[in-house]
Every structure is written in structure tokens, then in C-alpha cells.
Design a protein around this ligand. Structure first.
Ligand code: ZN
Length: 132
């Protein structure tokens, strides 16, 4: 599994885009809203991996709840897999708790699924597979 991106929960996407642009000396290359998740996202390329900034677009969004509970910061690690259906089945057999039993559409042209952080040392893990 390759580290595809790190997701960071932010309160103000526009302000954070400016901040990370200064940090990387390079702007984000994409902004995308995932309405089903209640998030607005932006992506920065950092070598082979990416940084995904996530801002809540409504208060029921998982990102809004995360920020209310823990504040801004690292939200999830996303690993790219070749066959997400196979990996979900394999991980479930290994005893990992899945948040999504079947993959759903995510940002950046991907099918994604999350593992429950209870089963992964408190780290929210996303699996993703590029849509063909
Ligand atoms: Zn992500």
C-alpha cells in the first residue's frame, strides 16, 4: 500500500489554501466538493503523495464533528490499493472494523472506504482506488 494522501481537517479552506501554498511554495491543484460527505476539499501535490484539506460544508459533516471534538489537524491517512473490494474483504477477515462495507465515491476520482479508528490505534484509515 502506498501512502496516497494525508487528510487534514481545517476550519477555513480558503485561509488554509493560502497557508499551505506558502508552505509548499506551490498552490493547490484542485478543489472539489463531496456533497454526500458535507465537505469541501483541496489537494496539494507533495512528491508522490498529496495533502487533502477538508472543510465542513454543514454541521452534520464528519469534519465538523471532528473539529468540534479535537480541533483542526490530521484527520486520516489514505492508502492506495489495487483492488479495494478484495482489501475490504481481507481486512474484515483479519478482524478490522469497517466504517464502509462497500466502497463509495470519494474526491479525486476515487472509490474509497474507511476503517474504524478503534481498530487501528486511533488512526482513521482510508483505502482508495483510482476509478478507471
Ligand atoms: Zn481522503
Amino acid at each position: 500500500m502506498k501512502l496516497e494522501h494525508i487528510g487534514i481537517a481545517v476550519k477555513d479552506l480558503e485561509a488554509s489554501n493560502e497557508l499551505f501554498k506558502k508552505l509548499f511554495n506551490s498552490p493547490h491543484y484542485k478543489v472539489e466538493s463531496v456533497e454526500s460527505e458535507g465537505v469541501s476539499t483541496s489537494f496539494f501535490q507533495t512528491g508522490e503523495s498529496k495533502i487533502e484539506l477538508l472543510e465542513a460544508t454543514n454541521e452534520d459533516s464528519a469534519i465538523a464533528k471532528f473539529i468540534a471534538k479535537k480541533g483542526e489537524g490530521i484527520h486520516h491517512l489514505a492508502f492506495e490499493v489495487v483492488d479495494i473490494d478484495f482489501e475490504l474483504e481481507r481486512l474484515q477477515k483479519e478482524g478490522f472494523q469497517l466504517i464502509h462495507q462497500t466502497p463509495k465515491d470519494g474526491a479525486d476520482n476515487k472509490r474509497i472506504a474507511f476503517l474504524h479508528p478503534k481498530a487501528t490505534n486511533g488512526v482513521l484509515i482510508e483505502l482508495c482506488q483510482e476509478k478507471k
